[in-house]
Design a binder for this molecule. Structure first.
Ligand code: BGC
Length: 261
């Protein structure tokens, strides 16, 4: 009896992970139940400091960990290429990030074990396990591309449920221009562009991706995933396209799931 009770307790505590979603405008954290794919408490958000330097952002990350008085594993999504915890690119943050082992830094400030992966990859993990990609998350599931349309364009590619890390397909060049500079959601807002015009740009972008990768499914994430009726009508693809289901929670839930990779 006693042994069974201990096993149950251990399993329950390990399924609670602090998920941190690091973005260009805000840094958000919440404890996540990774067995259920839900936030245990409402997220806590702090604006990303400007300029978004490593020192200022790590201080905010420390405040978030302190807010939750966290003593357990931490999973983070970061908007750049990450290899073994080291930042290789940070297109929408300070270039001072390049070369920094953010994983080590977070472990140092928190005394907790941490994992840091790309933010679109982490949102994709959440959608594949608990959201719009669930049916494709298996052997024979084919190719799924999650595209997050936000400050930049992030991508996560899954083959038969396996994540191909750091794809950075938001930076493919179309007509000599970086795709994210034309079709990120922030471009529509900044230029006060109509949904039709922007939807046309997203269409060109997705068609280019389809030509190169022939995915079975596109999942569209980011804030605009709540408004598919505004722009999905301008998109014509052979592949199925669906809005993300986990909306704002995907980043935090997926960040927490990255500790299981
Ligand atoms: C970055 C990606 C990131 C995406 C979304 C891009 O500018 O290069 O690493 O996933 O923005 O945040």
């Amino acid at each position: 009896m006693a042994r069974r009770a201990t096993t149950r307790r251990t399993t329950r505590s390990q399924s609670k992970i602090l998920g941190i979603d690091i973005g260009g405008t805000g840094i958000k954290a919440a404890p996540v139940d990774i067995a259920k794919g839900v936030l245990i408490k409402e997220r806590f958000r702090i604006d990303t400091p400007q300029p978004p330097t490593p020192r200022a952002m790590l201080e905010v990350i420390g405040q978030l960990i302190e807010h939750w008085k966290w003593k357990g594993k931490i999973g983070c999504g970061f908007p750049g290429v990450l290899k073994h915890g080291v930042v290789h690119t940070a297109a929408n943050l300070s270039s001072q990030w390049i070369g920094i082992n953010i994983q080590e830094q977070i472990e140092k400030i928190s005394s907790c074990q941490a994992v840091v992966i790309n933010d679109a990859d982490s949102a994709g993990l959440a959608e594949m396990k608990f959201g719009a990609g669930k049916e494709y998350n298996k052997h024979g599931g084919g190719v799924v591309i999650m595209v997050t349309l936000g400050t930049g364009i992030g991508t996560a590619v899954f083959v038969d449920g396996h994540l191909v890390h750091n794809t950075e397909l938001g930076h493919i060049e179309i007509d000599g221009k970086d795709a994210e500079k034309r079709a990120a959601a922030s471009v529509r807002e900044r230029k006060k562009m109509s949904w039709k015009k922007w939807g046309g740009r997203v269409n060109t972008y997705l068609q280019t991706m389809e030509k190169l990768l022939s995915p079975d499914l596109f999942i569209i994430g980011g804030g605009v995933s709540k408004k598919p009726d505004k722009f999905f009508e301008y998109i014509e693809l052979k592949a199925k396209i669906v809005p993300a289901q986990m909306h704002n929670d995907a980043g935090i839930v997926g960040a927490a799931l990255s500790t299981e990779l």
